[in-house]
Design a protein around this ligand. Sequence first.
Ligand SMILES: Cc1ncc(COP(=O)(O)O)c(C=O)c1O
Length: 387
Amino acid sequence: METYLRKRKVLMIPGPTEVSFSVLAAMSRPVMAHYGPEWTPIITETTDMLKKVFQTRNDVFIMPGSGTLSMEASVVSLFERGDKVLSIVSGFFGKRFRDLAFSHGAKVIEHRVTFGEPIEPDAVDRKLAQEKDVKAITVIHNETSSGTVAPIKQLGEVARKHDALLIVDSISSLGGVDLRTDEWNVDVNASASQKCIGVPPGLSLIAVGERAWESMKKRKSPIPGIYMNLSMWREAAKKAGSPVTTPSSLILGLRASLIEILEEGLENRFRRHALAGRAVREGVKAMGLQLFATKEEYASNTVTVIKTPRGIDDAKLREVMSERHGIMIGGGLGELEGKTFRIGHMANTASRTYIIPTISALESTLSGLGFKLEAGKAVAAVHKTFE
Ligand SMILES: Cc1ncc(COP(=O)(O)O)c(C=O)c1O
C-alpha cells in the first residue's frame, strides 16, 4: 500500500487531472485509424458532443497538441503583421497570449490588470475607444496562475461594440465553469483536454465562429503552415477528416468523457465545480490562509490559488503533500513562484472524495512545518460546505 501510494499520486494540481475509469477503458482498446467508415461516426459524434460543451453551433476541432496549440492556432490563423491586438494580461497565461500574438507579428497593446484583481470591462471599453481599429482581444477565462475568472459576457459586449474579435482561452474552465461561446460573442474559444474535460493531456480543442472565419477570408496573405491553419482543419472536417494524423485513442477517451459530461448535464457540472471551489476556499480560510484572489466573487471554481504563508517553504510543503500523503498540489507560476501554491479541483476532483483528504493533508502538512492552526477546523469547514 505504501509503495502504491508513493507511486500513484493523486493529481490535485491544476491539470492534468484525474480521469475516470470509463475514459481509461475507452483508451485501452486496439488503436483505430483516424479515418474510414469505423472512424467517421465516432469523430462526428464526438465533435457534436464537444459543440454542446463549448455551447456553440459553429465549428469545433480536436487537434493533437496541448492547450498552447489552440491558442497559437488562433493567433496564426487570424493575425497578420501589424494587426492591432488588445491582450488582457491578468496573470501568467495572459502574458502567454500576449507573447504569442507579438511573436507572430501583431501590434500588441497590453491591458494589464493587477494579478488577483478582477478585470473591469469598462476599462477595456475605454482602452478600445482610445486605441481604435483593434482587430481582436485576447483574454484568459480562468487565469490558472492567479485563480481568477474573467467576465466574458461583458467583454463580449464590449468587443462587439468596437467591432473587435474576442479570443478566449478556456483551457482551465471548459466543462467546469459556464462559458457560452455563441451567446456571449466569443469568436474563438481555445481549450484543451487535460483539465475540466477530464481526459489525459494531448488534445487541443478549439471552437471557431463565423466572424472569425470572415476575418480569415479578408486576410491579405494566406494563413501560413498546415498544423495550426484553421482553414485547413475546416476543409478536412467537411469529410470527417483532419490535415494531420489525430490521436484516435485519446479521442476515444474524449468521447467517453463527453458522454459522462452530458449525462451529468452542464448546469449540474458547473454547480458541482462551484460547490467544490467554495469548499476549498472555506477550508483554506479556516486554516488561516489567504486567497490570492482579492474578491471572492471572481475566484475560480476550478483552481484555488493561496498565498504561501510567511516562513513556509512552498517547495517543502508540496514535497510533504506528495511524499507523505500521495497528493500533488501545484506551485506558483512566473512571478508568483514561491509566493503562492495552487490546488486544482477540476472534473472528477471537484468533489468531496478528493477535496476532504486534500484539505486534511494540507492541514497536517502545514502544522508539521510550524504553521499555527487549529487542527480539524478546516476539514470541518469543508464538510459543512458539502452538507
Ligand atoms: C489558462 C491556461 N492557458 C494555457 C495553458 C497552457 O496549456 P498547455 O500547457 O496545455 O499548453 C494552461 C495550462 O495550465 C492554462 O491553465
